[in-house]
Ligand binder design. Sequence first.
Ligand SMILES: Nc1ncnc2c1ncn2[C@@H]1O[C@H](COP(=O)(O)OP(=O)(O)OP(=O)(O)O)[C@@H](O)[C@H]1O
Length: 312
Amino acid sequence: MLLSNVGWTTFTMNQCFKEMVTASSATKLVFSLLNPQLEKEDATSAAQFISDGAVQAESISFAYLSRPGKRVLNDVSFTVDRARSVAFVGPSGGGKSRLVNLLMRFYDPNSGQLWLDDTPFSALTPFQLRSNIALVSQEPVLFRATITDNIRLGVEEEVSDEQVLEACRLANAADFIRDFPEASANIPKVLRLPTSPSGYATVVGEKGRSLSGGQKQRIAIARALVRRPKMIVLDEATSALDSQSEKAVRVALESSAHGWTSVMIAHRLDAIRHCDEICYVEEGRIVERGTHTELVGKRAKYYEMTKQQRLS
Ligand SMILES: Nc1ncnc2c1ncn2[C@@H]1O[C@H](COP(=O)(O)OP(=O)(O)OP(=O)(O)O)[C@@H](O)[C@H]1O
């Protein structure tokens, strides 16, 4: 999503990555290519911003420049307290992904304001914001590098092997990674995990071609977790998992157990029914909100969705 938002083609990125050896050098290059301004801000800015993980949207509206007359978000307000979870559901085209775009500050709202704790988004640099919020999208971008390097990608500070393993365990990825062959002939020793040499040193093909959709999604979740974010945004991030695997990830990621805040978007209601609050988004507005039980009790739009999915 980030790549498409700045207009880079996959072809260009592939060219860049052909000669890459380590993820850390790749990361620096990617970030500077994607947004030179970010690097500048980074160098001159601003203290690191450490959030509690509470987010608030106050009457936000948004329209694309190409369609100024059509508000894809219209007077949307919500609050997610620290370590709580909120889900956005609703029909296709309702505006859920636009909300994620605003939360990650890929765009700014035309009116209204978003807050991270008590600080308006507009007072934070993108770097300050994104170092607190990790996004996992439906189709994560993986690079031709080892699984470990794909997971460590973008993290400036030291990430230990144990942290990588723990993140993979939570993301329900540890088992399939352990069973992968190590493509040892081509891997410099320095890239191998001493604690678990097999699997993690496997080089995934370009764009993660050698992995299934569900495996890519779980690696992307592990990548988000090693950043130790205050907030995790899951945009259809488990859509390719079977229901057993999705449940394992969901239980492991419970916000209350880890202290992070989660924002989830999903079409499969099974994946979000446990959230503290569920918002039904339609035509750019939140038209229903409450817990799963409350919304089912309303016998309205959310309830209809549960019926379509045969969910009780
Ligand atoms: N780049 C764009 N320019 C103009 N309109 C856009 C653009 N991207 C999305 N839209 C419009 O914004 C509206 C909201 O789209 P959005 O992707 O947020 O919906 P969604 O609820 O996430 O849908 P889905 O569940 O299918 O992912 C849609 O009407 C869509 O056509």
